[in-house]
Each structure stands twice: as structure tokens, then as C-alpha cells.
Design a protein around this ligand. Sequence first.
Ligand code: 5AD
Length: 368
Amino acid sequence: MSSFVKSFAELLDQQNFSKEDLVRMLSSQGEELAALFEKAAEIRGQFAGKKVYLRGLVEYSNYCGKDCYYCGIRSGNASVFRYTVTEEEVIQAAKFVQEHGYGSMVIQSGELSSPKFTDTIARLIERIHKETGNTIGITLSLGEQSEATYRKWFDSGAKRYLLRIETSNKELFEKIHPLDENHLYEKRLEAIELLKKTGYQTGTGVMIGLPFQTIPDLADDLLFFQKTDIDMVGMGPYIEHEQTPLYASRESLLPQTERLQLALKMVACLRILMKDINIAATTALQTLNPSAREQALVIGANIIMPNLTPQRYRENYFLYQNKAVTEDDAITYHQYLEQAVKAVGCEIAYHEHGDSKHFASKQSKMPR
Ligand code: 5AD
């Protein structure tokens, strides 16, 4: 062991980061924390400029085959009114995306895998491309599926997929999910690999501030993103939901302000660690503080997913309590968002898909 102790500035200037380095960065306070955010902002500027890409989000259905202990739409929550958005409404959202130059849309849903669901999604992807003249990118966030399903949707024209690992710590994963065949850590890992193999720009992510989660766990999550060579990340603070089993552990949680700060530190550390990936400023951040999403943009995030789910369904897609929802129509909200992004010195990039640069650079290095 060398007796040399790195200064925090030296630490931030490194090209490679150990778990200990990341723990130190995630534990920073005061001037060190300011330096961490400054470094992350600098790297964001170098690799992503001021740009923010938009993905119009449709929360397609809250029917779910999974029973995750943290999630408000878990199958065991009998008090949720279950819905599925109509195909025409999805197409309308796609047209909004096209007309307003958002570049991309995300279809997210509870996890379903019936042949009917699989076929409907494939048909929707094809229709979206057809009815928008092939102008918008499509990202899916539809959970664990078979390789054949991932392939089918890819062939239909979806080129990006988000599947969070939730936590890279297997024991913690097993504490926050039922211990059964339907919620296996290994299966989640395998699904992420299948997505990469199928050719998707692949995104993952974690919840931050879960009960029983430690700072070293979060450092491991960051190293997991790096090791998995992920193209995109969406992560946000864990927020308790009364109608879930994990609510019983709420006394052990960090206060929400600390969870929020930890989530922002995670974004900053990730930008320093993986300079050219896409990082989302998530709704969970915004839920804990109305301006946290824009703060995340400054220190590393470059993606926002404005909600385009038709208003009448929104109150049924509460993954966590007090989720930030607007009653504004999509256009009013868009005007607000444009101002909010500008106010922090960033700029919405219109009519661009905003593909992951990391993915593009991996592709160009592949043997032909
Ligand atoms: N708090 C924060 N995020 C949650 N998610 C689900 N439940 C919660 C919660 N209580 C996140 C999960 C999931 C994504 C769609 O929403 O990470 O992957």
C-alpha cells in the first residue's frame, strides 16, 4: 500500500475509478461535493454540449405479472384500477412526438408476455413508424421477455430498450423481490445480455436509497453499468409507496432530501465514469424536488422523458407515492419544460433521435 493519499481534485481527474474512489465521491460533502458536480458538468459539456433530448413517454399499461415489493403497480396491489391505452391513443402520442420534434418516444408498461401483448406491441411499433413517416426513434421499457420477443420487437423497428437491474447487489435484489422463479436476479442479468446481443441500444438503472442499500452498493452499481458496457441509464431515488410490502421498512430510509442528494451524486459520478452514454433525468427526481430534474441536467443527465400518457390513465400509474404529474395539456407542459431547460443553461435538441454516442462508438469499433 502506498502512503500517498490522493487529493479529491486528483481523484476526479483520473481515467479509471476504483470502488473506493466511487465511495469517496458518493460520500463527498461541502467543497468536495461542489467539485464533484463541477467536474461532472464539465464532462457533460465536453461530450454532450448543452443538448437535452426528449423522449415522449407513454405508460401503455399498468397490468403487471410481477410483484416487486417496492412498486405501486405490483400484481398484488388489488386497489389499482388496471388499464391499457388504446392503439389509437398511442398513435396520437407518436404524432405529437413527431409534430413537436421530440425525436423519440418510449413505450413503458407493466410486465406482460402473452402472445396477444407481444403481437400488439409489434404491430404498434410498425404503425408508429408508418404513421410518422419513419421519423422517430422508439424505445421500449417492457420488462423481461424471451429472446424471440426481443428479436420480434427489434425487427418491428424498436432500437432501444430499458431494463433496470434495480440493484446490482444480488442479496439486496432478493430482499426487494419475492423469492420465486418469476423474480430471479440471474434472469434479469441474462435479459440485459439478450438485449445487447439482439442489437438494442441497451439501458439499465437502479433505485437509489432503497432500504438496506449502502454507499458501497451504489459504487458497485456504477461499476456494474461500466462492466456491462451499457449505452443508457435511467436511475432515481427510491420513493416509498404505502400499498407495497417495502413500506414496512420506511423507518430505515434516509430522509428524502438525502436520498435526492445521493441520486444527484450518482448521476454526476456516472457522467464522470461513462462520458458518452445517455443519462435520463428521471421523474422520481422531480417528485422529490420540482427542480431536481433540471439540476440533474446540469451535472450530467442529457435526456428528459415528458409524459404523454393520456390524462385519464395517469393516476393509475403510480409506481411510487406523490409521483410528479401535471394536469397541464402536453403543449402547455412542453412550453414550461422548454423554459425550465433554458433556465439551467441547457437546450432541447429538436428533430434529433439523440442516439447513445457510446453505442455508436462501440458499433464503429466492431469488426465488419
Ligand atoms: N420508487 C422509485 N422507483 C420505482 N420504480 C418502481 N417502483 C419504484 C419506487 N417505489 C422504478 C423501477 C422500475 C421503473 C419503471 O420504476 O426502477 O424499473
